[in-house]
Design a binder for this molecule. Sequence first.
Ligand code: HEC
Ligand code: HEC
Length: 212
Amino acid sequence: MGWTTGPTTMKRLIAIATAVLLVVATRDVPAQQAEHGVPELATGVCSACHGPQGHSISPVFPNLAGQQAGYIVLQLNAFRAHERGDPNARAYMWGMASQLSDATIKSLADYYAAQKPAPGESGDRALIAEGAKIYNQGVEANGVPACAACHGSDAQGKGAFPRLGGQHAEYLIAQLEGFQSGTRANAPIMDNVAHSMTHEQIRAAAAYAASR
Ligand code: HEC
Ligand code: HEC
């Protein structure tokens, strides 16, 4: 197919493509559900808090869309083992994760990782600019490392390193405070990163990461 394709052929191709897409869309969902019942669980249970396709509207509930599958598996295991123990983890996720098998956890992780991430959150421009510096270069004065080294140049994350881009800034702040105070104590790397950060640096780094 090139630029010479006439308008009638084009219309026909679009009609065929649409028909194929419809068939694929309606066939794929039940096939996946039959495997582990996962999209049903995601749409019927997890979505109550994490939103449709993992796009949540409240910063209490993290976005899961586009989150790294490896990281999701680790967190669901940590909730299930009662290792991630900050108050909201205990209140909301311990019970939830206790119901999940390893296979279901893996499928849920793959499902959410495949969803389109939330667009960057807007915020205070000056704060975001200050956060960009911390994110990319760290702060030598109080030993804060560059976040980009682990969370990626665009906050997209990788494997066990979570995506921070498009996450609610308020959620990111709450987590950084949890690492700092020791309520989210099962993450030695982040406890170490956060322990020397000032409140202002936490707010700035979170605002920048959320804006990606
Ligand atoms: C009743 C509300 C609720 C439901 C239902 C729920 N969650 Fe959560 N989930 C939360 C809250 C709140 C947090 C944040 C906990 C914290 O702040 O430590 C969370 C955190 C998570 C995290 C960690 C995300 C991150 O960025 O660290 C994952 C993964 C997760 N939930 C997966 C699921 C899955 C999968 C389901 C469905 C089986 C589910 N949740 C159902 C409330 C809920
Ligand atoms: C040496 C690697 C490393 C560096 C540097 C690093 N992180 Fe992390 N970060 C991690 C890992 C690993 C986790 C997952 C912790 C866990 O398993 O619970 C994480 C988790 C987080 C979370 C929790 C995300 C969620 O969805 O709950 C936030 C927020 C965060 N990091 C922010 C930052 C910020 C801001 C910086 C820079 C000031 C930074 N990190 C630097 C490795 C790193």
